[in-house]
Write a protein of this length. Sequence first.
Length: 481
Amino acid sequence: MDKVIKINSVEGGPFTATQNICQFVIPDGNVYDLNDSYINFNVKIDAVQGGSKPDAVSIMDLQWKTSDTNKPHFQNVALVKNARMSCDRKGRIEDIRRCDILKQNLATYDKSQRQVYAESYLASNQLINPLNSQHNTIYRDINKTGNVKSRAVDICPVQVKLSDLFDFCHAREFDTSRAGQARIHLELNVDKLEAVQNGLDSDWSSPEIKEFEDVNVAGANTITTKVQIHELNDSPYYVGQQLEITSTPAATTSQVEVSSIEWDKANSGVLKITFDEAWGAAGVTSYTGISVGTMDVASASVSLDTAEVVLKTVASPQGMDAISYDTYSTEQTNGNKLTSFQHQYQVEPEATNVVIMFPTSNARGDLISNNNNINSWRLRLNNDDLTDRNVNKDSPLSYDRKAMTLANMGSKLRNLKQNNGSPSEMTWADVYNATENNTTIITNPLVQTQNEKLLQVNIEATGDGVEKLVLFKMLPRVFEY
């Protein structure tokens, strides 16, 4: 019977911007299914509540640090900046520099929007739900009915599959009794993460959801929505939420905490919300114009306290003598804002694909391959043109090159939106429209040669031209015991 084991990182944590190295030692003697194995980064978001209810619960999420408001949606794998894997008897297996840029931007093309939504239950950073414009989160346990208070999750595992980091880890059997002890060395992007509050009333899809029926009792403590809730997921209210009540006359206690919610299906599906204390005065029997709003947190912080690798062992291995996989070599350069960029790169003889990405400035998080100044490009390999004309950005030829390259990588072109998405956008039609999160990449298959080959890159641009540039070269490898 297959077993699952957990191994803590060598470093005890917490991981910070300066202490961002995370290593794992995988003991020998077992056969592991690396494709079903993953790393848990245990994340906690602490929030100090604003207002008079310090024990209330706010919906918190992670976001990527940038200097503007259009934060990019990021994959869990982007938490890892650089990644290396090795074993005792064979040495280095993979060593990928800037795997965050590579994996994040390739996912923009080989993952459909439906697939991104389907994986949201694991996502460390959430886009809105396209059905009800609600922001979900994995860092809070939210209860929308009953009287059980919602809670902050003290240890929230953010899962990164080993196969997302290393192509080698698609292997269903990795025999450490033959390969020896294995090691994984990661450099984390802890400095790029910050907390953000979601679920604010300014984000609610309908202003009518804030309005409540008049109350005609003294010492009012329960209010009833005017609108009907047909799906509980459409409700922005939850137990433990801090709200601020406005009414005529004014509420005696304006800041309250939700203590229970009843979804009254017999009464057309209205919500009856009860608070931890009466908000109405004992001598006042009539309140009109009742509405509520949310409260901002005073501050919030993110901590990545521990990490563990979760390994699936294979009880009855079939036996594999070799593992075929692909890895990448990385070359980082800078175009120095040239509008007519030309450079020649040395490429390994066995390289089968090249992917050129343009990470944004440090102010924009140094993650998204975004350069809206690029107009066209052309590649030459060993003095032979790879296309018979310039490739214009977003032209059919550029899509053809992307489809060819992804197919040559063993993947598919599943998304032509070329945008990472904006978590702060509350209208689904606009989630993938922010130009700051557009993705620009140059791709092309390469022929394998006997000797080292030369790749000439010509790029025409406007404005600030070509700035940061990262060249990823795909290299086939065979691991033999």
